[in-house]
Design a protein around this ligand. Structure first.
Ligand code: SF4
Length: 291
C-alpha cells in the first residue's frame, strides 16, 4: 500500500497555489473545482494500485482536446472563433451522470491549455473528440498513460474509428455513453476497465441534465440538447451513423428545468433535428418553445 499527500480542493493552500500561478488555466481549474464536494486530504491505494473509494473521493478529469481548427485562444486569428466554439456538452452530460464520490474536473483545452504538470494526478481521464481533435486527444492520452493513469475515450471519432483509437487508450466507449458510464466508473474504481463499452443509443430515461456549473464563463453560448437522432436518415450524414434515425425526445419539463440551470444568456440548442418530421414531433417542439 502507498500513501500520497494531497492538498484538499478549496483549502487555503490550494487557493494560494492557484492565485500564485497567475495563469488563466489555473483560474479555469479553480472555477471548475469550486462547485465540487469537499475532498479527502490523504488518498489510500489498494495493493493492486487502484484507489480505495470507501469514504474517499476519486478524481476524474474530463477533457475536451484542443481543436486545431477553432479555439477561443485563437481569437487573434479570427474573432469569429469565439462563436464557433461550442461547450463540450457530452462531457457536461457525463459529469451529471458521475456519482458524488468522484471529484469531476472538466477541462476544455479550447479555452486555454491546462498546466497538467501543476495539477494533481487524476485516477481516471475521460476524453471526447471529433476527428479534428483526435491527434491532440492521442497526445493527452499518451501523457496520462505514461504516468500510469487509465484513459477512456469516447465520442464520434472513437465510435467511427475504434480500431485506430483502441491501441492508444485503455478503454473505448462507442455510441452514446449515458447508459454505460456508471459501469465504466465502477470498473475503473476497481482497476478492471474493459477494453470496450458499447452504449448504443441511449433511452431518454438514461440521459441526465448536463452540469452547467463546471465551465468558466468564457463561451459565447451555453449548450443544451433536447432531442437525439434524425428521422430523415440521409445517406451521407454522420448523425444517423452515430445517433441513429430513431427520433428521441427529452420530456419538455426536464428540458425547461435544465434551461433554467444555464448561466449564459444565449444558448445553442445542439439538436440535429429540433422539430422532427411527424405531427407529434412538431407538437412537442411547439410545446417546448411555448414553455
Ligand atoms: S441531420 Fe440533416 S443531413 Fe443528417 S439525416 Fe437529419 S436532415 Fe439529413
Amino acid at each position: 500500500m502507498r500513501l500520497a499527500a494531497r492538498v484538499p480542493a478549496g483549502s487555503p493552500a490550494a487557493l494560494a497555489r492557484s492565485a500564485q500561478s497567475g495563469q488563466p488555466n489555473a483560474r479555469l481549474f479553480h472555477v471548475a473545482r469550486a462547485a465540487m464536494a469537499p475532498t479527502v486530504g490523504i488518498r489510500t491505494w489498494k495493493e493492486d494500485g487502484s484507489p480505495m473509494t470507501a469514504g474517499g473521493i476519486v478524481r476524474l478529469y474530463l477533457i475536451n482536446p484542443s481543436n486545431r481548427l477553432v479555439s477561443i485562444v485563437k481569437l487573434e486569428e479570427s474573432r469569429w472563433n469565439r462563436y464557433r466554439v461550442w461547450q463540450p456538452l457530452s462531457l457536461m452530460v457525463l459529469a451529471g451522470l458521475t456519482p458524488p464520490e468522484w471529484e469531476v474536473t472538466l477541462l476544455d483545452e479550447n479555452t486555454g491549455l491546462p498546466h497538467y504538470h501543476e495539477m494533481p494526478l487524476p485516477d481516471l481521464v475521460g476524453i471526447t473528440a471529433f476527428t479534428s481533435q483526435a491527434p491532440r486527444a492521442y497526445e493527452i492520452a499518451a501523457r496520462f498513460r505514461r504516468l500510469g493513469v487509465p484513459v477512456v475515450m469516447g465520442g464520434i471519432h472513437a465510435t467511427m474509428c475504434v480500431d485506430e483509437v483502441m491501441p492508444r487508450v485503455d478503454s473505448v466507449v462507442t455510441g452514446e455513453a449515458d447508459a454505460v458510464w456508471p459501469q465504466v466508473l465502477e470498473d475503473a474504481a476497481r482497476g478492471r476497465l474493459e477494453r470496450r463499452y458499447d452504449g448504443g443509443l441511449a433511452g431518454m430515461d438514461a440521459v441526465r441534465p448536463a452540469r452547467h456549473d463546471l465551465l468558466p464563463a468564457e463561451y459565447a453560448f451555453g449548450a443544451i440538447q433536447t432531442t437525439r437522432g434524425c428521422p430523415m436518415n440521409c445517406t451521407f450524414c454522420s448523425v444517423t451513423a452515430f445517433n441513429g434515425a430513431r427520433y428521441r425526445q427529452r420530456p419538455v419539463p426536464e428540458v425547461v428545468n435544465e434551461f433554467r440551470s444555464i448561466p449564459e444568456k444565449m444558448v445553442l440548442v445542439v439538436d440535429d433535428n429540433l422539430i422532427g418530421t411527424r405531427p407529434e414531433h412538431i407538437a412537442r417542439a411547439k410545446a417546448l418553445f411555448r414553455a
